[in-house]
Design a protein around this ligand. Structure first.
Ligand SMILES: [Zn+2]
Length: 207
């Protein structure tokens, strides 16, 4: 019991001004495009139009949207997030898999090995990507300094606790620690709705 109390005191110390609460970022389905695919879908020389900065430095939501087409159905107005990346990646919700008629694995952004492809339709063309369709695996962005403060390491998998009437515990939340990260736990809309989270909610890491 004393050990637990000491741990609580330590965790709530001045070293961590966030009081162990981590803000939540809720993502809807979205697409990251490669430069080549941007040209095919929007035309030669096209540049993405930023409409809103996202919490992670350098990332932004664009005015442009695409239609994502699967064998069973299509989803229109899927937001593009900038800037362009080395590979096109389509992040959908689990429920979208049923509408599209395709299965997407839960993967961390950038880990596209073994993922299925999908068709994307833009105003000037369409492409069938051979891989890149994922359901984003929940994760927490932080700096290495934050990681030390929380007692976690980059790549580690932790559980998070969500308070409230519909609260609970999500397991398998990946720690992503880089120098340019802003502290935020990324979950998708379905996960957020399941536990009644909103953009002002916070979560706590438990191990
Ligand atoms: Zn993220």
């Amino acid at each position: 019991m004393l050990g637990l109390l000491l741990e609580m005191v330590k965790n709530n110390g001045a070293e961590n001004p966030t009081d162990n609460k981590i803000p939540v970022g809720i993502s809807n389905r979205h697409v990251h495009l490669s430069k080549t695919d941007l040209v095919t879908l929007f035309g030669e020389g096209y540049e993405l139009t930023k409409i809103k900065d996202l919490s992670q430095p350098g990332q932004y939501a664009c005015k442009e949207t695409l239609t994502v087409c699967g064998p069973r159905g299509a989803i229109e107005s899927v937001r593009i997030l900038g800037p362009v990346r080395s590979k096109t990646q389509v992040e959908i919700l689990k429920g979208d898999c049923f509408k599209l008629g395709t299965a997407a694995p839960a993967k961390l952004s950038g880990d596209l090995s073994g993922t299925p492809g999908i068709t994307l339709v833009g105003p000037k063309g369409s492409i069938l990507i051979s891989e890149g369709l994922i359901v984003a695996q929940r994760h927490i962005h932080m700096t290495p300094k934050d990681a030390t403060s929380f007692g976690v390491t980059d790549g580690e998998s932790v559980s998070i606790q969500i308070d409230g009437l519909r609260g609970g515990i999500f397991k398998n939340v990946a720690i992503r620690a880089t120098e340019t990260s802003s502290l935020e736990c990324h979950i998708d809309m379905e996960e957020a709705n399941a536990m009644d989270l909103n953009p002002k909610s916070t979560i706590t890491i438990i191990k």
